[in-house]
Design a binder for this molecule. Structure first.
Ligand code: CAP
Ligand code: MG
Length: 423
């Protein structure tokens, strides 16, 4: 009798010695749900397409996963994987298992990894955010209101000095944070080191002029060794933040960056995520990406803007915001419970197509513990960047005071002009 690599057992109860994965599964035509689920469970652990004589009863008893929940109506499947299947502290290996070959199996029409529950013993192997929500607020000395950030625009094309000047104007107008765009790294027209040095110089000048703490987030995304070298350079240059494109840099690089313990606030840009998070029936949910970023230890993460230019509705963005900032997450219809234990809360970043007119709706949905980032919504202001940043801060101020933007705009000309242009 061949050993069975994985089986359905709905009376099975996972323990703290299991990692549980929740999938949405649509079997291929003519394939029973149970069979498709068993194939997924096997292929993501100890199995393959046929029995093999080399698989022993001992391996099966130690390492075989169990499908303990399977709902043919809504396609939800939960698989409990013995912890021994996973190398401690190795996110690439985790994802090669539970989010690897299985998406391409012919027995599957659609498959989406919705959530992963990390038991304490797995979670404890990770540092989590060094700063997180509270550390960032202390660093910026801003309490009680959303942080206001901008992205230097155009995305790429400015030289180092022009880039620094736009950053200066953004801070002068009231931005707390200025970041590079996701595709700006080090090009012929804008060298990374020169950009950091020039921008830091004007950051310091602006801090003196305004008396406010200002931060710059250089984009260190690069081949891993070079990325680590750039992060070290950023630290040595007196910069407190680094930004990294988490999807294109990859899990391995993120773990190396965090494990350098540079004392940098790490900002997670998610460019490319929608290639696999957007399809509700196939791929990997943004929740899983967000959980891995918190586990690895990034400090703030783009989670969507609800009212901006990107896909991502209110409920989705809100639940990701909860996942990265709360200590305990309760199980729901499409999510698993998660005890985050010692791992600090991250700070949510809302960005993409935002302008001052969108602030009330965004804050109404997401509250105050967010970074509101506007690129075009600041640099596209009719009076330029300084006025654009002022308008952004005025929109936040009005919303904090419970005053309508229309009313506030009567005494704040920069806001009035922004509303006239975009609302
Ligand atoms: C926003 C942005 C960000 C997006 C990323 C851009 O600029 O710089 O990369 O917010 O999307 O390049 O589009 P704008 P998300 O303010 O000019 O739109 O935050 O959803 O990951
Ligand atoms: Mg961008």
């Amino acid at each position: 009798m061949p050993c069975q690599e994985a089986h359905v057992n709905t009376s099975f109860k996972p323990t703290h010695k299991h990692i549980v994965a929740l999938y949405y599964l649509e079997p291929a035509k003519g394939v029973p749900m149970e069979l498709a689920a068993e194939e997924i469970a096997g292929e993501s652990s100890i199995g393959t397409w046929t029995e093999v004589s080399t698989l022993t009863k001992d391996i099966v008893s130690r390492l075989a996963p169990t499908i303990f929940y399977l709902n043919k109506k809504n396609g939800l499947v939960q698989i409990a994987y013995p912890l021994e299947l996973f190398e401690s502290g190795n996110i690439p290996q985790l994802m090669s298992a539970v989010a690897g070959n299985i998406f391409g199996m012919s027995s599957v029409k659609n498959l989406r990894l919705l959530d992963i529950e990390f038991p304490d013993s797995y979670r404890r192997q990770f540092k989590g955010p060094a700063f997180g929500l509270h550390g960032v607020r202390s660093l910026l000395r801003v309490k009680g209101r959303p942080l206001v950030g901008t992205i230097i625009k155009p995305k790429v094309g400015l030289d180092e000095k022009a880039h620094a000047m736009v950053a200066f104007d953004s801070w002068l107008g009231g931005c707390d944070i200025v970041k590079d765009d996701e595709n700006l790294t080090s090009m012929a027209f804008n060298n990374f080191e020169k950009r950091v040095v020039e921008t830091i110089k004007l950051r310091d000048k602006c801090e003196k002029e305004t008396g406010e703490k200002k931060v710059y987030m250089p984009n260190v995304t690069a081949p891993c060794r070079e990325m680590l070298r750039r992060a070290e350079f950023v630290k040595q240059s007196g910069c407190e933040y680094a930004m990294v494109d988490v999807v294109t840099a990859g899990w391995s690089a993120l773990q190396d960056l965090r494990n350098e313990n540079l004392g940098l606030v790490l900002h997670a840009h998610r460019a490319g995520h929608a290639a696999f998070t957007r399809n509700p029936k196939h791929g990997i949910s943004m929740r899983v990406i967000a959980k891995l970023c918190r586990l690895i230890g990034l400090d703030q993460l783009h989670i969507g803007a609800i009212v901006g230019k990107m896909a991502g509705g209110k409920q989705e963005v809100q639940i990701i915001g909860e996942e990265i900032s709360q200590g305990i997450i309760g199980a729901g219809s499409h999510l698993l419970e998660q005890d985050w234990g010692h791992l600090k809360p991250m700070l949510a970043v809302c960005s993409g197509g935002l302008h001052p007119g969108k602030v009330p709706a965004l804050m109404n949905a997401m509250g105050k513990n967010i970074v509101i980032q506007m690129g075009g919504g600041i640099h596209g202001h009719p009076q330029g960047t300084v006025a654009g940043a002022r308008a952004a801060r005025q929109a936040v101020e009005a919303t904090m005071q419970g005053i309508s933007l229309k009313q506030f705009a009567k005494t704040h000309s920069e806001l009035a002009l922004a509303l006239k242009k975009w609302s």
